[in-house]
Design a protein around this ligand. Structure first.
Ligand code: S3P
Length: 171
């Protein structure tokens, strides 16, 4: 099985979809932000605050190299900026979870842990700036994706089902 990598904007549901896929398939799942947090033994928010974004991006690069050399049969969920790694296509089939900006924010705000979800993401602190980032990134996400899944108003279960059906072609 070829690896599958989930890309998409913050809060679009990459982690939830990855967990559903893992439940219903033979894929193991890992998350690039989780790997970075355990490598550093601190939260992403603290890494941004203590070291700055450039340092975090360097850690993402280290993770991308390791994924390419050492990871197989795995569904990889990523942070929203991980797609910038230039070896993405060598690592996996690239799946974009896509949704309009307003729907993503609505989704986060509807979550019981909404405050925590917003707080842990430094790049969502200013929604105007986050919208600009979304507008800049969306065409780049679309360009990279082998598969696009519109997740708007869909459950993680149904997105996972759609993903498993679509990736068969690339396995
Ligand atoms: C980021 C997204 C975050 C996390 C970091 C930077 C980004 O992950 O990697 O805060 O640049 O979009 P999520 O997409 O899981 O929120």
């Amino acid at each position: 099985m070829k690896n599958v990598i989930l890309i998409g904007f913050m809060g679009v549901g990459k982690g939830s979809v990855a967990r559903e896929v893992a439940k219903n398939s033979k894929y193991m799942t890992i998350d690039t932000d989780d790997l970075i947090e355990s490598m550093e033994n601190r939260k992403i928010k603290a890494i941004f605050e203590d070291e700055g974004e450039a340092y975090f991006r360097k850690l993402e690069k280290d993770v991308a190299k390791w994924l390419e050399s050492s990871v197989k049969n795995t569904l990889i969920s990523t942070g929203g900026g991980f797609y910038k790694q230039n070896n993405l296509k060598k690592i996996a089939t690239v799946v974009l979870l896509d949704s309009p900006f307003d729907a993503i924010i609505k989704r986060i705000k509807a979550h019981p842990n909404a405050t925590k979800k917003l707080k842990k993401r430094p790049l969502l602190a200013d929604l105007q700036k986050a919208k600009e980032l979304y507008d800049e990134r969306r065409p780049e996400y679309l360009k990279l994706a082998d598969i696009v899944i519109d997740v708007t108003d869909k459950s993680a279960q149904s997105c996972a089902k759609e993903l498993l059906k679509k990736v068969k072609k690339y396995a």
